[in-house]
Design a protein around this ligand. Sequence first.
Ligand code: ADP
Ligand code: NA
Length: 337
Amino acid sequence: MHHNDQPQRCLVRGSLNIDEFFHVQHIVLPGQTISSTKFERRGGGKGANQAAAIARAGGAASLVGAVGEDGAWLVRELEGYGVSTEGISVVQEATGRAIVQLTPEGENCIGACRAARPTSQSDIERHLTATSHLLLQNEIPWASTLAYLVNAHARGLVTIFNPSPMPVDAQLHAFPWKALSWLIVNEGEAEDLLRVVGGNLQGPNIEECPANWPDDNNLRFAFGTLKKLCRCEHLSSTGIVCTLGAAGVLASICDQRELIYLPAAVLQGNVRDTTGAGDCFTGYFVAGLMQFGNKCLPKDEVVELLRVSVQAAGMCVEKNGAMKSIPGRVAVEARLS
Ligand code: ADP
Ligand code: NA
């Protein structure tokens, strides 16, 4: 399966979070105090979820980030998934938190500030040693994200960025796009990005899809958006993967004019919890890339990686929770065969 002799390891520089879920009859109103019918605490943060997904997919993943002393169990949980956690420091502040109110109709969420790890050049160099891939999201200080990206690119690593939540316009304008090998976005993020970096490519994005694709207006819109995105000068050397929720995924790869489309996986069972599906997809896709070192992938190989990633993300939707609903590779391959 491995096409490359060099040891492959992905460094994930990102967030670790404790997500606290309060099951309530309705979202609490100003001045009100209500009791919840159920309480759950789960590990989260995009950095942690995506590192866990790479490990579940069979790739070597190291997570660099920070927790407070209240986050020791989360570090152990990540080790249980096979993530290397030597790069996680325990700092004075509390671990980052998300407080979620779950009602029968929906939910709301308050994100709290995170334990941050200061970044020094010697840390970066140590972390990037014996590393082939770097995966970033946008839940840690922006300066750290940029520093890791620029250093990784200078060392010839494959770099992957999932800009979630979306950086502000000024950050996107100044972003070192040429240092980026792969961009992973959802539909909304693709639109936001095009609006900021698209320059003169504005206007209605709807485009006719190839005849053998599903007849779906959302797909035509995403298709038009992605076609314009990959014509942006900034992104001319970056592969772009755009997830479309229940509609599947679109991708554009370097040196190819045609976009790739794959429908979502056919789901089993009754549970539909999309929490963490995007992170599961990203982790599986990156673990797939790691089989190819830093070569430019041919289209057939990208299609195969996407097929596995879409199946894994679909299985994540079939189970409640984020990190703990990420399937292992054996189960994913069994469903594909
Ligand atoms: P994000 O949560 O980052 O916005 P998406 O909602 O696009 O990401 O979901 C990521 C991937 O998860 C999709 O490309 C798809 O493969 C899978 N997925 C998400 N929702 C569903 C669903 N309802 N049914 C099947 N697959 C899904
Ligand atoms: Na889930």
